[in-house]
Design a binder for this molecule. Structure first.
Ligand code: ADP
Ligand code: MG
Length: 674
């Protein structure tokens, strides 16, 4: 009961202390200053130390400690007071009460208090658990005495306790003051703490920002490092490249030096070569000069030779017997060899003719009449185109030297005129005629002469004269196949040159172009033939090639036409044709049949006789060929002969006509030079 009464103030202190504990303990985290506080803290720690110990051990041995700790509390009193007391041991003592009291007492009575660790040594005889001497029941006085002593002891004790209580109250007050001060300080500190926290937060934030910045910088640093590595790699590559280039440069320099050395060598060589070239050029010029002199001499001699051969020459060509044709009797045509023997080219031809009329009249078969002819050259059947051309090549070449050349094919239809001029069928090179061969020859010689400074150009035309009308055989497109409309005119008012209006004049420079033209002419002729049969045999085909040459270096020019004429069939010509002066009237009569052939004969005769008037204008043919007949012109006539006996009469006529022509000598040819 006593304990329960006394407990309340203690509990209060204890409660206060307990409440203050966090405040007391808190300063450990805060900056502490002031001796007073330190002292208080020491005191508080002294006060609290046993409490701490108690609470630690409490969980495990509460009950056990109850009896164990009670002893010191009780024993302290008699030691202090020097009296024995036997207070009733409370049945239940709260650990807080007993334990709290002990430290307080111990603290307050530091000097006189007996240490609690020695309870057993000074245990009072009456207050201990044992009661050594129990007074007999009858000793009431003794008992009363005991009770009084006991009471006195309790009173003293109460007094002491009151003092203690008062001390404790003072202490409590002081502690409360301290607590208040501490509270104020705590507030200050809390404010400071808040500020510091805010600062810390700000710092934290700054730190965060800085971390982010650091991260960013690190990242950039990483990128930069990658870049740096890349650059380093690139630098390495460039260095390697540079080294390589330097090596190459060195190599190039070496080569350049070598080249320069070679160049200087070459330059010396070039200089010597130039000297040599100059010497050569001088030599060449001399040689060119000589060559030109020789060329001119050649032309002169060539012309002389042609003149010696005659400005009018006649070649006789007998075609072979064709398959299916009757074989002529032996000896019908003879080709006696020349004075030099079989190796000499034939120039004679003999034709045997049986005059049936004479035989029938006398009753006895008359011996065949032999007709001998002599020409500049005779080609028996089997003579090849090349062989024939060989004979006229030089004549053709005269055209390049500026002499007009005219080559005729004369003879009856089917005697081989077209074959001789244009060639055989099929485009076989072996049977190529004079026209393609002549042109090829001209092109090749012109090419050779170009080395001597001559430049040649060739313009071709091909016309047909039928019944005194001129038709262009090279016509194309709408004009193709249509005859006429072509007129022979002077090229200019004062020009001697003649031209055919509406006819194509085609520049040619190669064989192929000539082939194309000949093919075109053949097609045009074929178209015409359907309209009128036998036309080709009654018309003349005139292939004209205008040749112009120029030696720019020497200011020389030459121009001349080459005419290759496939004449109309001569079969209608009066067999009794004669070119004597007394027979001119007869000849004119036959002009109705074949005026142009007659006129040709008349023209040749007039030229031969050097008559003042040459009837060129009497036929289109002679008019067109005016500049290629007579004067400076060279003429060649092929007389084509059929080998057949049935054609003997026409053959004789042709041969006679050709013989007459052959006898003509036309003045000295003059080259058309400017
Ligand atoms: P023309 O033009 O005089 O009327 P052609 O040239 O048309 O005569 O010849 C008549 C035929 O005889 C043609 O079939 C031709 O191929 C042929 N012929 C002419 N001359 C020869 C020759 N020298 N060799 C072979 N065949 C020829
Ligand atoms: Mg013909």
């Amino acid at each position: 009961l006593f304990f329960s009464q006394q407990r309340s103030p203690l509990l209060e202190v204890k409660g206060n202390l307990e409440l203050k504990r966090p405040l007391v303990k808190a300063p450990s985290r805060l900056p502490l200053s002031g001796s007073r506080f330190k002292r208080g803290r020491d005191q508080m720690e002294d006060v609290l130390e046993p409490e701490k110990k108690r609470t630690r051990g409490l969980g495990t041995a509460t009950k056990f400690a109850t009896s164990h700790h009670r002893a010191p509390v009780i024993t302290t009193v008699p030691q202090t007071q020097g009296q024995t007391a036997a207070p009733k041991v409370p049945k239940k003592t709260g650990p807080r009460c007993s334990t709290a009291v002990a430290p307080v007492l111990k603290t307050q009575k530091a000097g006189p208090a007996v240490p609690a660790q020695k309870p057993d040594t000074a245990a009072p005889p009456k207050l201990g658990g044992k009661k050594p001497g129990k007074r007999p029941a009858w000793d009431l006085k003794g008992q009363l005495c005991d009770r009084n002593a006991e009471l006195k002891c309790y009173r003293e004790r109460t007094q002491t306790l009151d003092q203690e209580n008062q001390q404790l109250r003072d202490q409590l007050r002081e502690a409360q003051q301290q607590a208040t001060a501490l509270g104020a300080e705590r507030k200050t500190l809390e404010g400071e703490l808040a500020r510091v926290r805010a600062q810390a937060e700000q710092g934290q934030q700054e730190l965060g920002n800085l971390s982010a910045r650091v991260l960013e910088l690190e990242e950039r640093l990483g990128t930069q490092e990658g870049l740096v590595q890349e650059l380093q790699k690139e630098q390495l590559g460039l260095q390697a490249e540079r080294r390589e280039l330097a090596t190459r440069l060195e190599e190039q320099e070496r080569r350049l030096q070598a080249s320069e050395a070679a160049l200087s060598g070459s330059q010396a060589e070039v200089a010597s070569l130039r000297q040599e070239a100059a010497a050569q050029a001088t030599l060449l010029a001399e040689r060119e000069e000589r060559l030109h002199g020789l060329e001119m001499e050649r032309r002169r001699l060539h012309n002389q030779l042609q003149e010696l051969k005659g400005n009018i020459r006649v070649f006789c060509r007998v075609r072979p017997v064709l398959p299916g044709e009757p074989t002529p009797p032996p000896g019908f045509l003879l080709f006696p060899s020349g004075p030099a023997g079989p190796s000499d080219p034939p120039t004679h031809l003999s034709l045997l003719r049986c005059d049936e009329r004479r035989g029938t009249l006398s009753g006895v078969p008359a011996p065949p009449t032999r007709h001998d002819f002599s020409f500049d050259r005779v080609f028996p059947p089997g003579s090849g185109q090349d062989e024939v051309f060989e004979e006229i090549a030089m004549l053709v070449q005269s055209a390049l030297d500026g002499y007009p050349v005219c080559i005729f094919a004369y003879g009856q239809t089917g005697s081989g005129k077209t074959f001789t001029m244009e060639g055989g069928p099929g485009g076989d090179p072996q049977v190529e005629g004079l026209i393609p061969r002549a042109l090829r020859h001209l092109f090749s010689v012109a090419q050779e002469l170009s080395g001597q400074g001559w430049t040649y150009s060739f313009v071709a035309s091909y016309v047909e004269i039928y019944n005194e009308t001129v038709r262009d055989l090279l016509a194309t497109g709408t004009r193709k196949g249509q005859g006429g409309e072509c007129e022979i005119r002077r090229a200019g008012p004062r020009s001697e040159e003649l031209t055919v209006t509406n006819a194509r004049y085609v520049p040619v420079s190669c064989e192929k172009e000539v082939e194309t033209l000949l093919l075109l002419a053949r097609q045009n002729r074929a178209v015409a033939r359907t309209a009128q049969n036998e036309r080709s045999s009654r018309s003349h085909s005139v292939f004209q090639l205008q040749i112009s040459g120029e030696h720019a270096g020497r200011g020389l020019q030459c121009a001349a036409p080459l005419n290759l004429v496939d004449l109309a069939g001569s079969e209608r010509l009066d067999p009794g044709l004669a070119l004597g002066p007394g027979e001119r009237e007869r000849l004119r009569e036959t002009q109705a049949i074949n005026s142009s052939l007659s006129t040709l004969g008349l023209v040749i005769m007039a030229l031969s006789n050097k008559e003042s008037h040459v009837p060129y204008r009497n036929s289109k043919l002679t008019y067109l060929l005016q500049n290629s007949l007579g004067g400076s012109a060279k003429m060649l006539m092929f007389v084509n002969i059929s080998p057949l006996e049935e054609n003997v009469s026409e053959s004789l006529n042709s041969l006679r006509f050709a013989s007459k022509v052959n006898q003509c000598v036309i003045g000295t040819a003059q080259a058309n030079r400017k």
